[in-house]
Write a protein that binds this ligand. Structure first.
Ligand code: ADP
Ligand code: MG
Length: 433
């Protein structure tokens, strides 16, 4: 396989005004060959977009070299084009004009530009929308235009920066499949695709190789071949195994982020919770139970007159707690979820508590802390500090609100609003009363 792109010890420092220089990328070595679909994964803020921009020649590295077909890239890389997360369309231009824009520097006659743009519009499924303006299009269609503008240039390498992350689940899945089909069936002359993503499943679904970055600064911590045949099934054991493996590499690197102080167990694996009150969640599970069969999320959102985005936190919470499964856009209750929906309030609380303790580490830890204290009380501030380390100050308060709501509902612990204290109710005392 011939090498298309080569990065050698690429480092990037930004000058931060108050602090000193911040090293974002450190000695990145990467070689990309013809025929490869490479996913770049890393925690948010690790430097994935920066790396992609350096490859495109839009940002200069501080040291190291990038070469395309053996030639150093000094300004805009002639072999690539980019699809952005934010679509980056011009609102005052039509679909056709936006796509044609990709050809503005190409030495082609206006007629040739037009016909190439029309071909691409056809290919990406926007036939009939040539004259539409971006505001008239759904998010998914806008991203198709973004993709079209990149493809019309017939780049050797297609760069994509989280291209599906601004789309709802099903629209994203459609677009993934369509792009994959173009690529696998060689309907596009693209020789390689580099996709930045924070979706591990997305990477394992689409790519042949997953390059995993650490952060502060970003270095390549894993480069994993994905050899599963297409089309891949997310439920297959080989698929989920690979997802788990990459997941553990990413979380391990997160747990080892650059702090000199060794982090405690408590900070290692905090996964932010969706902001869903326990009451809303139980209601949602009852509804799913009443609907009996598995439901298409889109239809469900429609029937509830919810935006799909409003439904997603509920779906995510139900999944996190092991009450529901989602696959291919359908949601269904697990056995635990069915039992939960069918039983009485007391048993529900118990089941909820079991799920919290077994599936979300922070709940076990809070309980452990409270049990370890002689007075069985701990100020909210204490836990806030722990969570703040993982999600930042802004998000921490909201996270703790949700944790407390779920914890109280399940009677895993109690909470006193006036003293802002989490505590355990004394069971003996309760019985004595
Ligand atoms: P990612 O795409 O992985 O989320 P980015 O490449 O966008 O990460 O950013 C990596 C880091 O570099 C972040 O800490 C970000 O704040 C910083 N950064 C990005 N662009 C600039 C810039 N132009 N000036 C200073 N810092 C920047
Ligand atoms: Mg980014």
């Amino acid at each position: 396989m011939s090498v298309l792109l080569e990065l050698n010890e690429v480092s990037k420092r930004y000058d931060a005004p108050e602090e000193q220089k911040v090293t974002v990328l450190q000695d990145i070595d990467l070689s990309i060959s013809e025929g490869e679909f490479v996913a770049i994964l890393g925690p948010s803020g690790s430097g994935k977009s920066t790396l992609l921009r350096i490859i495109a020649g839009l940002v200069k590295s501080t040291s190291g070299t990038v070469s395309y077909l053996g030639q150093p890239v000094v300004s805009a890389n002639p072999g690539v084009s980019m699809v952005f997360q934010s679509f980056a369309l011009f609102p005052w231009l039509t679909v056709l004009q936006n796509v044609e824009l990709g050809l503005r520097y190409k030495d082609l006659s206006p007629a040739d530009k037009r016909s190439r743009a029309l071909d691409v519009i056809d290919m990406i499924g926007l036939d009939g929308f040539e004259g539409a303006y971006p505001r008239e299009l759904s998010g998914g269609m806008r991203q198709r235009v973004g993709l079209g503008r990149a493809l019309v240039m017939e780049p050797d390498i297609l760069l994509m920066d989280e291209p599906f992350s601004a789309l709802d689940v099903l629209t994203a899945e459609n677009l993934r499949r369509d792009l994959l089909e173009l690529w696998l069936e060689k309907k596009i002359p693209t020789k390689s695709i580099i996709m930045v993503t924070h979706g591990i499943e997305e990477a394992v679904y689409m790519a042949d190789r997953a390059v995993v970055l650490s952060r502060d600064p970003a270095t390549v911590i894993a480069d994993i071949k994905i050899t599963l045949p297409h089309w891949r099934e997310r439920k297959d054991e080989a698929f989920t195994k690979l997802v788990d493996r990459i997941y553990s590499i990413l979380t391990y690197s997160r747990a080892n982020e650059a702090t000199s102080v060794q982090k405690s167990e408590a900070q290692k694996k905090y996964t932010p919770l969706p902001h869903v009150p326990s009451g809303a969640l139980t209601g949602f599970l009852e509804l799913l139970d009443d609907l009996e069969i598995k439901s298409d999320l889109y239809k469900l959102a429609d029937e509830l007159m919810f935006e799909l985005d409003d439904l997603l936190p509920l779906v995510e919470a139900a999944q996190m707690l092991g009450f529901a499964n989602v696959s291919h856009g359908d949601i269904s209750l697990t056995d635990v979820g069915k039992d939960f929906a069918a039983t009485n309030v007391l048993e529900r609380k118990e089941m909820f508590q079991t799920q919290l303790r077994s599936r979300i580490p922070i709940f076990g830890r809070i309980r452990w802390v409270l049990e370890s204290k002689r007075n069985r009380r701990m100020p909210r501030e204490f836990f806030l500090e722990v969570i703040r380390k993982s999600v930042g100050s802004e998000a921490a308060e909201g996270q703790l609100d949700t944790i407390i709501d779920w914890g109280r509902y399940s009677e895993l612990f109690a909470y006193d609003e006036s003293s802002r204290t989490l505590y355990l109710e004394d069971e003996d005392e309760l019985q004595a009363e």
